[in-house]
Design a protein around this ligand. Structure first.
Ligand code: URA
Length: 260
């Protein structure tokens, strides 16, 4: 093989290895060389020698949920809430994310759609539901006359997610991560004050009601934060299970009837 062909092959192999790592959720470079931590000598930090008074006790770390509650409560507008979220440093997902994905659509909308978490495309663009699942979501709601680009509150949608940061490898958010974001979600919904909330998928259903099992809950109107809540299957699920679109259509018609 000539040198040029070898270089091209190395380049393609490196690119394929990188793509594989991205798919597996490796999205943060933390060093140039691998470190075998089993071979590192374990050395406990030596306490400073002191023959006077003991060191002052360290202040207990703030509870991330309490911090979230306090900063979210202070946000009097959506812009302030967006800033508060962008400045919240207690959720590790933020470190691996390119963008804080806040919301899209018309804040005057009667219908607020609450999704799970950004995927790769949403993370790149900084807007919720812009990938394949998002395109299906747009088509589904367009079928009952609702759109995120509508300036008219009656036909508008407002779209946000429980998690504003992409979980690595698109894994499900953990209960602790959801708990940290819940005060922001509650404040977000209070500020938009929609007539109806649509929870798409397990994560928003669990976050708002504590219930699990979207396939059982879908289509059954419930209450959350003092508002009617319609649980629906996630459009990513519908892409994988087209037969379930029939039930999703029934849910959309139920939403349309509720709005009339
Ligand atoms: N899935 C979600 O739940 N939210 C998004 O923003 C994108 C995909």
């Amino acid at each position: 093989m000539g040198i040029a062909a070898e270089i091209a092959e190395d380049w393609h192999a490196a690119l394929a290895a990188l793509a594989w790592q991205l798919d597996a959720g490796v999205d943060e470079a933390i060093g140039d060389a691998p470190v075998n931590r089993y071979e590192l000598a374990v050395e406990a930090p030596k306490p400073a020698v002191s023959n006077t008074s003991p060191p002052p006790a360290a202040a207990p770390a703030a509870d991330p949920v309490d911090v979230a509650r306090a900063v979210a409560a202070e946000a009097g507008t959506l812009d302030a809430l967006r800033d508060a979220l962008a400045g919240y440093a207690h959720c590790d997902l933020k470190k691996g994310a390119r963008n804080t994905v806040f919301a899209d659509g018309n804040p005057k909308a009667r219908v607020l759609i609450l999704g799970e978490a950004p995927g790769a495309e949403e993370d790149r663009e900084g807007r919720p539901f812009v990938g394949r699942a998002g395109q299906l979501l747009d088509r589904m709601f367009a079928a009952i006359g609702l759109s995120r680009t509508s300036p008219d509150a009656d036909s508008a949608l407002y779209i946000t997610n429980v998690m504003p940061w992409r979980p690595p490898g698109n894994r499900d958010p953990e209960p602790g991560e959801i708990a940290m974001m819940l005060p922001f979600v509650e404040r977000h919904i209070a500020l938009v004050d929609p007539q109806v909330i649509v929870a798409v998928g397990n994560t928003p259903l669990f976050a708002l009601t504590g219930a699990k099992g979207i396939l059982r809950a879908r289509g059954n109107w419930a209450q959350a934060l003092g508002k009617p809540l319609l649980p629906m299957t996630h459009p990513a699920y519908l892409l994988r299970n087209p037969a379930a679109k029939r039930e999703a259509w029934a849910d959309l018609l139920s939403l349309q009837a509720r709005l009339r």
